[in-house]
Design a protein around this ligand. Sequence first.
Ligand code: ATP
Length: 452
Amino acid sequence: MASGLTMDKIVSLARRRGFVFPSSEIYGGLGSSYDYGHYGVLLKENVKARWLEAMVQERDDIVALDSAIILHPRIWEASGHVGGFTDPLVDCRTCKKRFRADHLADEQCGRKPSKRPGETSECDLTEARQFNLMFETRVGPVEETGQRVFLRPETAQGIFVNFKNVAQLARRKPPFGIAQVGKSFRNEITPGNFIFRTLEFEQMEMEFFVPPDAADQWYRYWIDERVAWYVRYGLRQESLRVRPHEPDELSHYSSATSDIEYLYPIGWSELEGIANRGTFDLTAHAEASGTTLEWVDGGSGERYVPAVIEPAAGVNRAMLAFLCDAYDEEVVGDRERTVLRLHPEIAPVKVAVLPLIPRDAGIAERARALHQDLRRVMVAEHDDGGQIGRRYRRQDEIGTPWALTVDEQTLVDETVTIRDRDTLAQERISISRAREHLLDRLAAPWAPPARG
Ligand code: ATP
């Protein structure tokens, strides 16, 4: 994260450039809910695509799954969510605000925001009560007789209950994994910090089934793999750390968990959790459903319940980390520019084609043709509105790594200028090579420039 970066700067850029909007705004907004605009969608899709590539496409031992959001309600009893997926809450009888009892040190008193809840003589906090985070709804046309169901608070359970299907059909034996990307829902009561904590969010979860005696080794392996993935896509190593959970923090299912934390403007906070869930989930679902969930080796007849290692990441939190790490302000010449130095494979738009003099028919025509050619293989924008400097700055703010400028010289020698977002270096390349040139640069390894 750049020094001096605040969440307000990210929120304002995200809004100004149409990445993220507060949800239901014309009705006054809904807390901890956001809508994603054009560039936000493209960025989010890139985060998910890179994750799926690393998990599924680049490996032989992980397959994909897309399970339902509304599952049989008994799944959430067996998983422990009905009984235990709770946050401890306290209410203040004076200011009528509600706080998480375990986060009081990070909250503001409703009357005196410089104080913590409970710190002033007027604060009157209730005892902590457990509050379940699952959203409930009903299936069926009649409210009273409908079956009570839950919106899933994590994607993982949809994977565990499909273990048998996938193990048989995909003909996999442990160690193997099942990866899923999809929406999850939690009735979070603490204020959101923009898209860091929201009521609905997308998760990228992978359950890796291993022989129990190899669980610790795979737990360590996945911590390293996941940190490496964030670095590969541009997060600076110094903004990442791994924090093992203290024994009293561990979830009911976990024998070891580590959080990959990112240094957000709000301080070090969880970006992704990696848990050794042991055999808890498969055992619990086998008992509750009456279906045996174990691995049986066809050859030796050996049978066992695999242990599970789970890297669980949030798409929106990853997106926020990529935005924070990429955000930069600098003075070039006598002008300030804001630039998102996103990894090219994460950036929403890869290239902008800019006709220098749009009213020149030759230039306009070549720019259109080049744009048509490029957009078949990558997200490319054509922009002929306003001064060239303003057009560059707009692309800088959405993180477009390259801009191709079509000018009078193009009409003479069929070349265009390619401008690099980070170095601002410009060189001329021939139009006929532009597509290949960009594809090569997209495929090349990329690291964020050192902070000035
Ligand atoms: P936290 O402690 O921040 O509430 P958690 O430990 O409950 O998170 P997990 O259950 O481990 O989170 O979920 C895995 C990942 O899903 C988290 O690391 C985070 O990236 C993402 N995530 C969880 N809750 C939210 C939320 N309310 N909004 C956005 N992302 C979330």
